[in-house]
Design a protein around this ligand. Structure first.
Ligand code: AMP
Ligand code: MG
Length: 349
C-alpha cells in the first residue's frame, strides 16, 4: 500500500518534471530564434536619435531599447543649455564662486579640458559667451556683432577653469564665463546609451545621435555597420559610406546650423583662439568612443585641413576627413581603411 502511494507520487514528480522541461524548452526556442532587427527613432537632445541592433526575444529587446533612450534623456537633463534646471546651468550660475559638481559632470568637464589640451585649444567648452552672442544674433536674424563677439571672446579659455578632483569643485577664473557642452554631449549620450544596451546583454548595436554615430560589434553575419558621411552641399546625398565596427564617427560643419547675413555665413562653431566663427564646411572624426569623436569633429572643423590631418595622424586610433566648399577632400593616413565607397569629391594633395 505504502509502496503504491510512493510510486504514484514518484510518477507525479516525473510528469511535473517533464512538463517543466517542455515549458523551458518552448521558452528557450522563443528566445533563441534568429536575431531580428530592432530599430527605433526618437526626438531627443534637439535632434533625431536612432538606435539599431539585432536580438532575439522581443521583450528583452524592448527593455534594452527603452533603457538606452532613457540614458539619453538622463544625459540631456544634466547637460542641456536650454533647460534652466540642468546641472550645467547650475554650474554656469555659480561657477565663478566654485560649484561642487556631480561625479558625472565633473568627469565630462575634466575630459573636455584634456581634449582642449590635446587639440591646442581648438576644442574649448568655455565658448559659452560666444554661443550666447551667436544665439542672440540668430534669434534677431542678424550677423553676430563684432564688438559683442570681442567682449565675449575675452571670457573664453579652458585654462581659466580650475578643477578640484578631491571635492569635484569646478571654478571659473573670471566672472561671466560659461561652459557649453553642445560639442560633446550627444557623443557622451551615445556612449552612455551603448553602455545601457550592454548591461542588457546587447553587445552589437549602432546609435546615431544626429550625426554622432557609435558602432559596436557587427551585424549578425559579422558584417560591419555602414555609416554615411553626408555631402555638405547636397544634404540628402552621401559623400561616402564608411564600414565601421567598434568605433565612433562624428561630423561637424556649417551646414546644419548657421546664420546667413549680408551674403556671409556665420557658423555655430567658433575658433576659441580668435573668437570668430569658423569657416569649416565639414569635418568627420573617427575615434574609439563617441565622446572623443564628437569633440574632435568640432576641433578638426576649427583647425582646418592641414592642422586637422596632422592632429589626427598624431592621435592613436583617430582619423579625419575634411570636405571644403569646393568639394576638395583632405584625410588622415588611415581614413581610407574605413571606406566602403570611395569619397565623392576631389582628393586634395
Ligand atoms: P558640434 O555640432 O558637435 O560640432 O558642436 C557644435 C556646438 O558646440 C556649437 O553649437 C556650440 O554650442 C559648441 N561649440 C562651438 N565652437 C566650439 C569649440 N571650438 N569648442 C567646443 N565647443 C564649441
Ligand atoms: Mg562635436
Amino acid at each position: 500500500m505504502n509502496r503504491d502511494i510512493f510510486s504514484r507520487h514518484d510518477y507525479c514528480i516525473l510528469i511535473c518534471a517533464g512538463l517543466c522541461l517542455l515549458c523551458v524548452s518552448i521558452f528557450m526556442c522563443g528566445c533563441a530564434g534568429p536575431p531580428v532587427k530592432h530599430s527605433r527613432t526618437r526626438e531627443q537632445m534637439g535632434t533625431f536619435v536612432t538606435i539599431t541592433f539585432y536580438a532575439s526575444g522581443a521583450r528583452r529587446a524592448d527593455i534594452a531599447m527603452e533603457s538606452a533612450f532613457d540614458e539619453i534623456d538622463r544625459v540631456a537633463s544634466i547637460m542641456s543649455a536650454y533647460d534652466p534646471g540642468s546641472e550645467l546651468n547650475r554650474l554656469n550660475e555659480s561657477g565663478w564662486s566654485g560649484y561642487e559638481a556631480s561625479d558625472e559632470l565633473f568627469a565630462v568637464i575634466e575630459r573636455s579640458v584634456s581634449i582642449s589640451e590635446m587639440t591646442g585649444g581648438a576644442f574649448d567648452i568655455t565658448v559659452g559667451p560666444l554661443v550666447d552672442e551667436w544665439k542672440k544674433a540668430k534669434s534677431q536674424d542678424r550677423a553676430p556683432g563684432r564688438s559683442a563677439f570681442e567682449t565675449a571672446g575675452r571670457k573664453v579659455g579652458y585654462e581659466k577653469i580650475s578643477l578640484d578632483g578631491e571635492t569635484k569643485t569646478i571654478s571659473f577664473g573670471e566672472p561671466g564665463m560659461s561652459v557649453d557642452l553642445g560639442a560633446v554631449a550627444k557623443g557622451y549620450a551615445a556612449d552612455c546609451a551603448m553602455e545601457a544596451l550592454r548591461r542588457h546583454g546587447i553587445e552589437s548595436a549602432i546609435i546615431d545621435a544626429g550625426g554622432d554615430v557609435l558602432a559596436r560589434g557587427t551585424k549578425p553575419g559579422g558584417e560591419a555597420w555602414s555609416v554615411a558621411v553626408l555631402d555638405p552641399r547636397r544634404h540628402s546625398e552621401a559623400a561616402t559610406i564608411l564600414e565601421v565596427r567598434d568605433a565612433a564617427v562624428a561630423t561637424s560643419g556649417d551646414y546644419r546650423r548657421f546664420i546667413e547675413s549680408g551674403g556671409r555665413k556665420y557658423s555655430h562653431i567658433f575658433d576659441p583662439r580668435t573668437g570668430r566663427p569658423s569657416d569649416c564646411v565639414s569635418a568627420t572624426a573617427i575615434a574609439p568612443d563617441a565622446t572623443l569623436a564628437d569633440a574632435l569633429s568640432t576641433a578638426f572643423c576649427v583647425m582646418g585641413p592641414e592642422e586637422a590631418v596632422r592632429g589626427a595622424d598624431g592621435i592613436a586610433d583617430v582619423e579625419v576627413l575634411i570636405i571644403d566648399n569646393s568639394g576638395n577632400t583632405f584625410s588622415s593616413e588611415g581614413f581610407g581603411d574605413y571606406y566602403s565607397q570611395p569619397v565623392r569629391g576631389r582628393e586634395a594633395d
